[in-house]
Design a protein. Structure first.
Lengths: 196, 196
């Protein structure tokens, strides 16, 4: 069974792409991030709510503050990566909803008037967008190093506000020497998929 | 700024791909689902925990039971789609962790001994995998129709168990007539990305 997606693209995005733990010094430019965003912004979210927000940590001072909140095993690579991004969910995404969903502006008040409902929806949909973003980083010919080993409350306090829930931090760049472990096994189809 | 991913693949996965609301009658085979899974299983998750589980709703009787739990606006398309999949997070993914992470089997007990920690991690990582799955459906030349308008507790009770949290239901097939609304606007780069 062959896919419609050509094999080179399959390799670039999934089969050959790997989570990088080391990077070269080559910078990641704003233009590259813009190109990634301009691709992955089209990935679907519920009601087109698009709750993902991206904080690029570029200044050495900000990088230092971020590294202090990373788990010890993630500090060296977070310090060394050409670019580091904090991905978060905007729990007040509903303010943008009338603009994002012009054919159904009443969705804002019908479905998202309550903060706990928004938080739950923002978390799921920003996570979908985080995955699109990782795929987009790979589409740009770069490696992503997504990490959840960090002090989330600390990162939120240091870089975000009460309306933004951090999901993960992603190192971005060209893979360096010994950039990854051997690929770990995946679950077999029958361990994941059942039919009713 | 051009991406490494070729333009045809960009169109197939993001730019031209759309959430479908109608489908042709052409079946979606198990071989197609296998090909999708064999691609997207390589998408990264924390500790390679791979918590996504997929329930293919194939029998007419099961389809009927599922439709009854969908929001009214989602019932007709869930009834008509060639294939419908329930995506869920396995909160007991840690049982598989020593096999999935052979170089660090102690992660199971070091990080995932507590059920609330597992639930939170499974939710985030299964959501990432749900996005990879949507991208994979598109990579197979099919359209996905992901939906969260449904009775989650009802779907869990009807099709899953206490260890599996449903995330969404996805209609899958070739797009039919008037399969989608016009594309809704996306947020501008500067509304999503900030630099510190």
């Amino acid at each position: 069974m062959s896919l419609a997606l050509d094999p080179a693209a399959q390799d670039l995005l999934f089969r050959e792409a790997r989570t990088a733990n080391t990077f070269t010094d080559e910078p990641v430019t704003d233009e590259q991030v813009q190109a990634i965003y301009d691709l992955v912004k089209y990935g679907p979210t519920a009601f087109n709510q698009s709750p993902l927000r991206i904080t690029l940590v570029r200044s050495p001072e900000a990088r230092e503050r971020l590294v202090a909140h990373m788990a010890e095993g993630n500090q060296a690579k977070t310090k060394a990566a050409p670019l580091v991004a904090i991905l978060s969910a905007d729990n007040e995404f509903h303010d943008e909803l009338p603009a994002l969903l012009p054919h159904f502006p009443q969705a804002k008040d019908m479905f998202f008037a309550e903060r706990p409902v928004r938080e739950q929806s923002a978390l799921l949909n920003a996570a979908l967008q985080a995955a699109y973003f990782i795929v987009g980083v790979r589409a740009a010919g770069l490696a992503a190093g997504p990490m959840t080993g960090l002090d989330f409350a600390g990162v939120q306090k240091e870089f975000l506000d009460d309306d933004h829930t951090p999901l993960m931090v992603v190192n971005i760049g060209k893979p360096g020497e010994d950039a990854w472990f051997p690929r770990s096994p995946r679950l077999a189809f029958d361990e994941v998929v059942t039919t009713v």
